[in-house]
Design a protein around this ligand. Structure first.
Ligand code: NAD
Length: 391
């Protein structure tokens, strides 16, 4: 028997820039990026914009056109595609087809760029279409929500839903650059603004106790949409996510997904609510459930589990939606465990907490304890509400 051995690694490198008013002609961030990648090949750039962003920032497409008219490094494709925002963009495969058709029509090659401006859902859709067209067109992300600026937009994954199953189709494909522009955030609805904070709580709980304490201390300011606090949160949270991706298993070849603390229930909950519950809102509920479960298994102290529930409710997250309530072993949310395992393959691996800032992997979840954890969260909310009415 003989064999030939093949082995190589591919280095990925990209920057996440923090800026304000990216398409202002006086802002050199984007221009410097293109200048540094200058070459003889003609490079085009095609923009896909989230409808919600286009509606809230009616001047955006005109600003993009003015910005690119003033530089020669890259040629703007005049047509700017607007796609529906939110989960609808990942559920409708016709939108994926539309982006691939645009690649064909405008002859966008692998030296060119597809840029996405929008929330995590639109970035996931466009990133996927860019990654599979011509086996990978360079992708620029311009995230416009809290969640996409601190988590989804700065990572390496993309995807769309298949038969409404979350991220069933997708690839690992790092972007060539990410531009986080804080001027997009003020137009977010309160729900969308708050929803992105849950990913910061999640990463703090598994990686950074000090950051969790900071979140506790700044919950009031964050709930009041204080821009300075939010800018700190986004930057710190993005750094934690990026360090994790670079240091561990960026393309998730193992069975563990520590960054998905609280997500097994969250993904199922989003689907069961027909996507009426937002991703970040579902993650907040998943965090509450798995934190209390960690306490009930004896891994985490009750006092710490209560601090987690309190920071979530201080941020005005609803953590006890009837859909996540686990009444018995036949509760539909429990199917989320098998689906979570199926998505990654290998052994069921769920991250729980042994402390604030420290996660630990387990390979099974006890249904009776999950029912008890769910009851505990519901009682916590009930007690808090009756306390509020008596005061
Ligand atoms: P979203 O993309 O669903 O957007 C929420 C809403 O906000 C939409 O209606 C959108 O049109 C609107 N919107 C976006 N920016 C706006 C702005 N600046 N002003 C006004 N409205 C605006 O929400 P999200 O929380 O950013 O993303 C959730 C998605 O991200 C989910 O599909 C989730 O699965 C995905 N996600 C992906 C990863 C990853 O690693 N790829 C990680 C976490 C989450």
């Amino acid at each position: 028997m003989s064999h030939l051995k093949q082995s190589f690694s591919v280095k990925f490198e990209y920057n996440v820039y923090f800026t304000s008013s990216l398409f202002d002609t006086g802002n050199t961030t984007l221009f410097s990026f293109f200048k540094a990648r200058s070459s003889d090949a003609l490079k085009k750039i095609y923009f896909v914009v989230d409808q919600g962003v286009a509606d809230a920032h009616p001047e955006l497409t005109a600003n993009i056109k003015t910005f690119f008219a003033g530089q020669t490094e890259v040629q703007l494709i005049e047509e700017i595609l607007i796609v529906p925002g939110g989960e609808a963009s990942k559920n409708d495969t016709a939108l994926f087809d539309q982006i691939v058709a645009a690649v064909d029509l405008h002859k966008i090659d692998r030296h060119s760029y597809i840029a996405a401006i929008g929330g995590g859902a639109v970035l996931d859709l466009v990133g996927y279409a860019a990654a599979v067209s011509h086996r990978g067109i360079k992708h620029i992300r311009i995230p416009t929500t809290v969640l996409s600026q601190n988590d989804s937009g700065i990572g390496v994954k993309n995807g769309i839903n298949y038969k409404r199953k979350k991220n069933f189709l997708g690839t690992f494909a790092p972007p060539v650059a990410v531009f986080n522009d804080d001027e997009f955030l003020p137009t977010l609805s309160d729900r969308d603004y708050r929803s992105g904070i849950s990913e910061a709580i999640k990463v703090a709980l598994i990686k950074d106790a000090e950051f969790f304490c900071w979140l506790e201390d700044h919950a009031v300011q964050l709930a009041a949409r204080d821009a300075e606090s939010m800018n700190y949160l986004i930057r710190h949270c993005a750094k934690l996510h990026m360090d994790h991706i670079a240091g561990d298993d960026p393309f998730e070849t193992g069975s563990a997904r520590p960054l998905d603390f609280g997500h097994w229930a969250a993904h199922k909950l989003e689907q069961l609510s027909d996507f009426q519950v937002l991703h970040g809102e579902a993650v907040a509920m998943g965090i509450a459930l798995d934190s209390v479960y960690s306490f009930l298994t004896g891994m985490l102290s009750e006092d710490k589990a209560l601090r987690i529930l309190n920071v979530l409710t201080d941020l005005r997250f609803n953590i006890s939606d009837p859909i996540i309530h686990i009444k018995d072993a036949g509760s539909p949310i429990l199917k989320g465990l098998a689906e979570f395992q199926e998505h990654l393959g290998g052994l069921l691996t769920i991250t729980l907490l042994t402390d604030l800032g420290t996660g630990q992997e387990v390979h099974e979840m006890d249904h009776q304890l999950l029912i008890a954890a769910s009851d505990y969260v519901a009682k916590f909310i009930k007690d808090k509400e009756s306390l509020n009415t008596t005061h």
